[in-house]
Ligand binder design. Structure first.
Ligand SMILES: CC(C)(COP(=O)(O)OP(=O)(O)OC[C@H]1O[C@@H](n2cnc3c(N)ncnc32)[C@H](O)[C@@H]1OP(=O)(O)O)[C@@H](O)C(=O)NCCC(=O)NCCS
Length: 155
């Protein structure tokens, strides 16, 4: 990714994007996909405490990501890329943009939870300087643990 041209065009998510975003959400997280209502709730708090992005390739939404920001703390709420578009740098583009927005808004720390059985995402987060700091036992509906990760930001 470093030194390469961006693969996708990023822009802020709006309610008009929800059908496309829900397609990715349901394909990516079939067991516990967010509902349209949950996503609308997130967008209702944008820009006050939320920052949601979509990633487009050839004008088609192929990924999205969301950030929550409260005072000096930020949380990666979600990030997903269509399977056929993975490993081309789009997840990194989205995460880079979330980190920049968190820093721009004055957050000094950014947190996330990731499934213990999701090494690809854990690797991406580790590449971005996130460090594991705890485990939430049985956090997900199917009993899988969540690994909590954190990274300091320059603010
Ligand atoms: C996690 C996810 C968003 C990454 O998106 P992506 O577009 O593939 O990310 P990138 O191409 O920018 O890859 C970033 C780095 O993550 C790591 N990575 C990503 N997928 C990986 C895999 N399958 N195996 C090992 N490392 C992987 C690599 O280090 C990769 O860099 P590299 O390709 O230069 O080696 C994507 O895999 C996804 O949508 N997964 C399903 C949803 C999900 O798990 N979301 C996170 C929930 S916490």
């Amino acid at each position: 990714m470093i030194g390469q041209a961006p693969v996708a065009a990023l822009r802020q998510m709006t309610g008009f994007d929800l059908a496309a975003v829900l397609d990715i959400e349901r394909a990516t997280f079939p067991a516990d996909a967010w509902t349209e209502g949950m996503l609308r709730g997130e967008l209702a708090d944008q820009p006050r405490t939320r920052h949601y992005l979509v990633a487009e390739v050839d004008s088609r939404i192929v990924g999205y990501a969301g950030l929550a920001i409260a005072a000096d703390q930020a949380d990666v709420q979600t990030i997903a890329v269509y399977a056929e578009h993975r490993r081309s740098g789009i997840g990194s583009q989205l995460l880079t943009a979330l980190l920049a927005e968190a820093a721009r808004r004055g957050a000094t720390k950014i947190f996330l939870e990731v499934r213990a059985d999701n090494p690809p995402a854990q690797t991406m987060y580790a590449n971005f300087g996130f460090e594991p700091y705890g485990v939430r036992r049985g956090y997900y509906d199917d009993g899988t643990d969540a690994i909590t990760m954190m990274r300091e930001l320059d603010g």
